[in-house]
Design a protein around this ligand. Sequence first.
Ligand code: HEM
Length: 360
Amino acid sequence: MGYSFDPLTNEESTHPYPNIIKELLPTMMRMQFWFISVVPLVSGIGSPSFRRFVVNLLALLWKDLHQMRGMVDYMHVIASSIYESKKQALEKGDEAVMQQIGRGRDLISILMKENMNAADEDRLKDSEVIAQINTLIFGAMDTTSNAMARTLHLLSQHPEVQDKLRSELIEAKRQNGGQDFSYDQLDSLPYLDAVCRETLRLYAPVPVVIRTARQDAIIPLSGPLSGLNGTAMHAITVPKGTHVIVSILNSNKDPNLWGKDANEWKPERWLVPLPTKVTDARIPGVYSHLMTFIGGGRSCIGFKFSQLEMKVVISVLVESFRFAPSAHSADISWQMNTVTTPVVGKDPHPRLPIAVSLVN
Ligand code: HEM
């Protein structure tokens, strides 16, 4: 992205953006009826300024809409300012670009540079590039941060896994002369890899995605299903235009493939060869026989990057800190807000209270 939200310097200077992103999907879920049933019918009515006028009017009475409008506006302001600063640097030339975070090698700078040189008919509008910035920040941040939160939550509940992981990290660091790991070293730590993989299998941060059939299709089934009249069906006909809910979770934890312990969190399963049923199933996901990052032309473009982020953050934290259940642990639940989010009791705001102490 080539932009720092800088949340790690000190707490007082925490950037508001990550908190806004965290609240976006929970708020959207509270308004889901309107988003699914009403917005598609009215979103083309009148000019953008008329629609904005209606939203402003409704927001006077409707708290969630008021909050939503504020969050979307703020995201737009940030994305536009990232866009403007990169545009100015690109116009000034290479030296100005090199002064930027990412030195022009980040995704958005590359996209903008290519876009400036593209033929008129191929060029994205400013508003489309700004929309890409928002998509990337949003797609990357909420998913990966919740995957890391889930991993820490699981480690707090499984001290034996946590200890084993810490031992692997401490030993690898010792062998590395106390230096930080390189990408390859971090990527080759087997237990860290197993912990991340198992979390992304059993607790895929995006549990379902929705697709719409672009043409009539017949989908073969891995095993026969019984129809309403009792006939065995070996395939399902999907007419063009059908909305299909793809359950990532059901595929990732199918006991027919993964075995009887499919619903258990067991990092060890990744340290031995996977069941042949899994490897033979030809799951169409881009990652590790799993559907976590979905598959096909619209699969997640950040799946490698998110694993690197997870491994960097988890390895640094687990080496120095011990995670244990807190007094509120029994009240933690994970809400399926498109991206699964931790909450405590009836409080709708995302939170994950875990007891943290120094290892030594
Ligand atoms: C654990 C972390 C992540 C998970 C579980 C995840 C999962 C997914 C899933 C399931 C989709 C498909 C959504 C749909 O079509 O409805 C998707 C799309 C996408 N993801 Fe990720 N993602 C993660 C991290 C990231 C990161 C780090 C980035 C960026 C660096 C990213 C960028 C994107 C983008 C741009 C798309 C849209 C692709 C398209 O529609 O062509 N994601 N992701």
